[in-house]
Design a protein around this ligand. Structure first.
Ligand SMILES: [Zn+2]
Length: 199
């Protein structure tokens, strides 16, 4: 006997694949959606459906963008001589939330990780070097996560930047080692940003 209708089962299964959502939470969410106004369920479905069509990668910094270039790159209020290098677009969100950063970004799309088959060529490092060689950049802040991979990626990029003569800094210690920028609280991340040191 099937207690849960297959369509609900399917939703529970999909929700359960989301990070941080266990089977119990997936069940609760599914029943919540079922119990509520069908229009709200449709709105949720439409938002998920249209997600990939509406989001692309900024052609300059590879941050999330709604058009060819992202909101940061097109803003007239940003300091264009400083670029923060981050792993993922979520890290841009985390740094923006501190309200302490006025420069631009460059999103690598991950970290160097030989175990996962990710080398420098799989990341947006070449495009970073092109941006630097275009001129106008005085400082590059290596804002990769304080993990083993984040650290070795930062060191690799520092090596690549050496011939350019640009100042290279790294977020100050104080971020929990092995932690993610994405989960650091705003004050900790803000301090790490302001206390950045030559690297
Ligand atoms: Zn951009």
């Amino acid at each position: 006997m099937q207690i849960v209708p297959p369509s609900v089962e399917r939703l529970i299964e999909e929700l359960g694949k989301l990070p941080g959502v266990g089977p119990r939470t997936a069940e609760r969410l599914a029943f919540h959606i079922l119990k509520n106004d069908p229009n709200r369920a449709s709105a949720l479905g439409a938002a998920v459906e249209g997600l990939h069509a509406g989001v692309r990668s900024c052609r300059i910094c590879h941050n999330f963008a709604e058009s060819v270039e992202c909101a940061v790159c097109t803003s007239p209020n940003r300091q264009r001589s400083v670029i923060a290098i981050v792993e993922e677009p979520f890290d841009v969100v985390a740094i923006e939330k501190t309200g302490l950063y006025q420069g631009l970004y460059h999103v690598l799309g991950g970290v160097i990780s030989p175990i996962d088959g990710v080398g420098p060529r799989q990341l947006e490092i070449e495009s970073l070097l092109e941006r630097i060689s275009d001129g106008g950049v005085d400082e590059v802040i290596l804002a990769t996560n304080p993990s083993l991979e984040g650290e070795s990626t930062a060191m690799y990029i520092r090596g690549q930047l050496e011939p350019t003569g640009v100042t290279v800094t790294r977020l100050a210690r104080g971020l929990p080692v092995g932690g993610d920028l994405e989960y650091a609280d705003q004050i900790t991340l803000g301090r790490a940003l302001q206390g950045r040191q030559a690297f």
